[in-house]
Design a protein around this ligand. Structure first.
Ligand SMILES: O=C[C@H](O)COP(=O)(O)O
Length: 322
């Protein structure tokens, strides 16, 4: 088991936040080249896809979640790729699992029990909290939801920031809220902070929200809930990983990154891995510092791996658990 990122945070440095500006055309240009600079083929591509699997926060966050789809998700978290395909790749003995399972707070206990039944006790359960996805509930309620999820056994908490505070430039209040959320997590529980970038208006706001969230002690910063109109995009990702890089250079603390929302294809996952490799280096390619929040990505990755192993595309019944 890899130890997950831990960021104690620093005092709010408003001057640093206020002077940060993002050059939109430059970010767009750089993001557009990411897909063209690195083509990963054949066995390299298969290796990247297996790496991506280990970084997935396998997610179900729907109004119609039931104990049976959580059970199924947890089985899949423990057995993400069909065993015979892993055997054919010489990876059969590696106990390959996803990075974590991510559910609503009311489903944490169910997920832990299901993971136990599937033999995946070592897979962390992440709970969204703080009135996900909008965060439009009183602050006390948001904190209570964190404590409740932790008490139920979640070891990772995905919170949302108040987009209103970010949009109106109330960075001190954003900092105070995130810091209080971190305190509510307590020792040994990791805080992942969702910026809701699709709601933030500008990349400069995204950069500032990234910095403030890290200063307040977020162990990961995460793009989106999956419920905004626009979710994880490469320009947003680039902006956030540059903030992570600057924060690391200034403080020495490594903060993880989690793009989430709308990441559905194996090709998408390779683009996100390429972004991490290019901007932050190999260290940020492991699940302690990188997660992909996704509900349906694994299906396509398993299909691509099936194709790599057999040179054919699988019919739906051949990958029935996906
Ligand atoms: O945090 C994860 C997201 O909610 C997943 O979004 P998705 O369903 O678009 O993959």
């Amino acid at each position: 088991n890899i130890l997950m990122a831990h960021n104690p945070g620093i005092a709010l440095d408003l001057e640093w936040v206020e002077r940060s500006v993002v050059d939109l055309p430059a970010v767009n240009r750089r993001a557009a080249t990411l897909l063209t600079r690195r083509t990963v083929k054949k066995s390299w591509q298969a290796a990247w896809l297996l790496r991506a699997v280990t970084c997935i926060d396998l997610t179900t966050l729907s109004g119609d979640d039931t104990s049976s789809n959580v059970e199924r998700l947890c089985f899949k978290a423990k057995n993400p790729i069909r065993q015979d395909l892993l055997d054919a790749m010489g990876m059969g003995d590696y106990d390959l699992t996803v990075g974590a399972v991510c559910v609503y707070s009311a489903r944490v206990k169910e997920a832990l029990d299901a993971l136990k039944r599937a033999g995946g006790n070592n897979i962390p359960v992440a709970s969204v909290a703080t009135g996900f996805p909008a965060g439009q509930v009183p602050f006390e309620t948001r904190l209570k939801e964190i404590s409740m999820a932790v008490k139920l056994g979640a070891t990772e908490i995905d919170i949302v920031i108040s987009r209103e505070l970010a949009l109106t430039g109330k960075w001190k209040q954003v900092y105070d809220e995130v810091k209080a959320c971190k305190a509510a997590c307590g020792e040994g529980v990791h805080l992942k902070t969702i910026l809701g970038t699709g709601d933030l208006g500008t990349l400069t706001n995204v950069y500032k929200a990234s910095l403030v969230s890290m200063m307040a002690g977020s162990d990961f910063i995460k793009t989106s809930t999956g419920k905004e109109g626009v979710n994880a995009t490469l320009p947003v990702g680039l902006t956030m990983v540059r903030a992570i890089r600057e924060y690391y250079h200034k403080t020495g603390f490594k903060v993880g990154f989690k793009p989430a929302g709308g990441i559905r294809t194996a090709k998408d996952s390779c683009a996100w891995l390429a972004l991490m490799k290019e901007e932050l280096g190999d260290e940020w390619l492991r699940s302690d510092l990188f997660r992909i929040g996704a509900s349906s990505l694994l299906t396509d990755i398993e299909r691509q791996i099936y194709h790599f192993v057999t040179s054919r595309y699988a019919a739906a019944h051949q990958l029935p658990m996906a």
